[in-house]
Design a protein around this ligand. Structure first.
Ligand SMILES: [Fe+2]
Ligand SMILES: [Fe+2]
Length: 184
């Protein structure tokens, strides 16, 4: 498998979540009411899976390796655009998290920010994914030898593995904290 294989498989799951978010946001808009628990879950998916795991693999492994290659101008520009788009995605998700918290705490007017951010993310992800899948990933494989591709692929598996440990370590830390605060 080429090292872009796992990344493209991850794109398909991100698209499925984005499709659901697109449908949910339409309902929020029609009813002028949010399901803040859905938003929390969607945000957790975006932050953990789409950003920490998927964008992490792209930036910390594939893009890092591409940076040391002599890329043609078009590819170098696309690489910078993709990184900038990841930053935009993080900023918009953070804004969404904050607006959703405000809504949960009774600030009605935070609803329009939640809806706007969700609509922006729903528009953003398919375009970002298409740029990677159709215009960047495949041509970029030409910069790597077979051995280099396999090394990147191995590093991607390793990256996924360490994320599982990180996620569940955080779960244990969170339940320990909750227990301590209950017994105070
Ligand atoms: Fe990306
Ligand atoms: Fe991607």
């Amino acid at each position: 498998m080429m090292p872009i294989g796992p990344l493209m498989i991850e794109h398909r799951l991100i698209e499925r979540m984005i499709d659901v978010m697109g449908e949910e946001v339409k309902i929020f808009d029609e009813r002028q009411k949010l399901d803040f628990e859905f938003v929390e879950m969607a945000v957790d998916f975006i932050r953990t899976y789409a950003d920490r795991c998927h964008h992490g693999e792209e930036e910390d492994i594939l893009f890092r390796e591409l940076r040391v290659k002599k890329l043609i101008e078009e590819h170098r520009n696309t690489l910078e655009e993709l990184i900038e788009e990841h930053r935009w995605g993080r900023k918009t998700t953070l804004k969404l998290v904050e607006a959703n918290k405000n809504y949960m705490h009774g600030t009605e007017k935070a609803m329009s920010t939640v809806i706007d951010c969700m609509k922006s993310l729903v528009q953003f992800y398919p375009k970002h994914i298409e740029k990677e899948d159709k215009h960047f990933f495949i041509p970029c494989m030409g910069y790597f030898s077979e051995a280099e591709q396999q090394a990147i692929l191995r590093e991607e598996w390793e990256f996924d593995r360490s994320l599982i440990h990180e996620k569940y370590k955080n779960v244990v830390v969170a339940v320990e904290k909750a227990l301590t605060s209950r017994s105070l």
